[in-house]
Write a protein that binds this ligand. Structure first.
Ligand SMILES: Cc1ncc(COP(=O)(O)O)c(C=O)c1O
Length: 342
């Protein structure tokens, strides 16, 4: 079997309640025979209750990807800044909207994010925690930075934040009432392991929500995605299991990887994935080696600000993670690998 660490989905797999809800939908037939609710009323109510915002502040999309693509068009941004290295779709969306793009690179080997002067940027993209570095913005820094630049729109992608047990302390959604220049984007496909369904949302001011909604395809969130989202959000037990997994696996994998520091540098991660810098070999070389052991990791050399020495691993269950660390040790230092696996 292939062990795929190249994506960063919840290794618990889709919540069982989602399978049950989708089966019920198919049996009834109505979900196939009618157009979906364009307002996603039931799903939106769940998100309103979850975040304590008004219904007109929530915009649902066909994956957060649909929202990311619509944002620069909806807000007519001509000049955009991106905090790099980060998810490449912010750049693609900005270029599709014919915006001029400036890249801000996080300083140092650990990619600690810091505020900068937006100068004439009308929109700043950032991701928290950031894909692929796994770094989280220090507590309190983002709201202060945003308040100091009311003329700049900040788009904060929190797609990986709900994996963290302390997500409520780090989310910017509670700050929306004081920050009219903020759009928070979230994906439901990472946390609930539903990438095939396509579901994401944005939370912002009612005015910005209207502008964004006007840019989306009609009925973009299909009936099955709506039902899957409602079932997933209801499942509190799943969230508890996810947080328990996050606590134990992030700590033990980071500790195990730190022991391989002769061969690689571990970027300290605060997310459910880890960025590694290989010391003496290229990512292509390592991918090839791991492929022979049916292991796949993400070649991270294409991110702006990274090079051919970077790979990203999305964490799995503890047994798979242990296999990965063992294989990494073996590939990067065959002698060490044999000792540690024996
Ligand atoms: C940071 C980030 N945001 C958003 C997305 C898009 O997710 P989706 O469209 O499945 O919601 C991804 C996918 O890899 C991502 O890494």
């Amino acid at each position: 079997v292939l062990l795929d660490f190249s994506t960063s989905l919840n290794p618990l797999g889709p919540p069982p309640a989602v399978y049950r809800a989708l089966r019920r939908q198919l049996q009834g037939g109505a979900a196939l025979e009618h157009y979906p609710d364009p307002a996603c009323t039931v799903l939106r109510e769940r998100l309103v209750a979850l975040h304590g915002v008004a219904p007109n502040q929530v915009v649902l999309g066909n994956g957060s990807s649909e929202l990311i693509q619509a944002i620069p068009l909806a807000f007519c941004c001509r000049r955009v800044a991106i905090v790099e290295p980060t998810y490449t779709e912010y750049l693609r969306a900005s270029l599709l909207a014919r915006a001029a793009v400036t890249h801000w690179l996080a300083e140092g080997d650990d990619f600690v994010p810091e505020p900068f002067d937006p100068e004439d940027a009308q929109l700043i993209w950032l991701c928290n925690p950031n894909n692929p570095t796994g770094r989280l913005w220090p507590h309190g820094v983002l709201p202060a930075w945003m308040a100091a630049h009311p003329g700049t729109l900040f788009v904060v992608d929190e797609s990986f934040l709900p994996f963290r047990p302390d997500e409520a302390e780090h989310s910017l959604i509670p700050h929306l009432s004081r920050l009219p220049n903020l759009v928070v984007v979230r994906s439901l496909t990472k946390l609930y392991a539903l990438p095939g369904v396509r579901l994401g949302y944005a939370v912002t001011s009612p005015e910005y929500a209207d502008l964004l909604r006007a840019r989306l395809v009609p009925w973009s969130v299909n009936a099955f995605a709506q039902v899957a989202g409602v079932a997933a959000l209801k499942d509190q037990a799943y969230l508890g299991l996810t947080h328990a997994w996050f606590r134990s696996e992030t700590q033990s994998v980071m500790a195990a990887l730190q022991k391989l520091t002769l061969n690689l540098r571990v970027v300290p991660s605060e997310a459910n994935f880890v960025l590694l810098r290989l010391r003496s070999v290229s990512s292509a070389w390592l991918l090839n080696k791991l492929r022979a052991h049916s292991i796949r990791v993400r070649d991270a050399s294409n991110f702006i600000g990274l090079d051919e020495h970077y790979v990203r691993i999305g964490l799995h269950d503890s047994e798979s993670n242990r296999s990965l660390v063992r294989q990494l040790a073996e590939c990067l230092n065959p002698k060490h690998g044999k000792e540690s696996s024996g």
